[in-house]
Ligand binder design. Sequence first.
Ligand code: ATP
Ligand code: MG
Length: 325
Amino acid sequence: MSELLSIQDIQRRFPGRRTPIDVLRRKPVSELVAVAGVSLQVQPGEVLGIVGESGCGKSTLARLAVGLHPPDGGSVRLLGEEMHGPDPAGRIQMVFQDPYASLNPRMSIGALLSETLQRYRPDLNPQQRKDEVIGVLGRVGLPPEIAARYPHHLSGGQRQRVSIARALSPRPRLLVADEPVSALDASVQAQIINLLQRLVAEDGIAIIFISHDMQVVRHLCDRVAVMYLGEIVEMQPVEALFANPLHPYTRALIAAVPDIQNRRSAKGPPVSGELPDAFTRITGCRFRLRCPLAESTCKAPQELRQFDAQTAVRCWKTSVERIAP
Ligand SMILES: Nc1ncnc2c1ncn2[C@@H]1O[C@H](COP(=O)(O)OP(=O)(O)OP(=O)(O)O)[C@@H](O)[C@H]1O
Ligand SMILES: [Mg+2]
């Protein structure tokens, strides 16, 4: 039985922005590497977290996964089938950070959910479609009256529920949620996280959950991929990641979380310096310019070393003994 989603060595570059002076001087367009060869798998019903600093390529990876960006290399397979663009059957759906920007302000909630249903489930008749709209609103905890309202009538939390309802209406197997709670107040964040947990528990939906918030990731995710400058530097089951972070960058991310009482991570070095931009060509380990443990060996290319099916790290200094229980 194949995985739900399998991403193989996916890559995406963007042309850099040029100033008018660059154009006058005929400076060639430089390219930035947003995603530099990422592979990952998602199993049915699994919640995979993706963490990393701003600009490390999380949103680009999310868009590649759902087919919103064509890759420059590599492939995405959904249930064993290679994808070319968004899945016409709607089996992978995306939920964005800003629910206001992603909902058409001129359409009532009922109309926009109906539109999505018409696109993905054209077999439904108008009455069945109406019933589905009410049903899917109920699944995200909204009353039927919401169907007649417009996005500007709703609170931020209600709007995010509507975005989730829309994402659920094609009956997807996987949601790719790109910072879905970052724009919301803490109590509303908690409600949305509860809702996502319920969808996993009750419907067996899988989620790729992108977040800056390590505590939310710890609470919600089964497994975590840590990204740095377009690459995965570590992958572990969530509890192992927090108990025994393997990559110096992961240790720094966890050490920066104030409330996590973990002796090992409390000793972790803080991340110093700024994230280099994605234009910077760095030989070998891309983290070495900020890594407190860096030495000359780190200038050699670093493989993502797989220790077992769930555990991989891109740092030669991590020994297998560190991973033993
Ligand atoms: N459409 C685009 N055109 C040009 N450059 C882009 C585009 N989208 C992303 N980038 C660049 O690619 C890199 C990765 O961006 P991306 O948005 O994927 O990062 P991110 O990890 O999602 O960051 P954040 O946490 O701020 O959302 C950045 O350097 C960004 O400027
Ligand atoms: Mg992003």
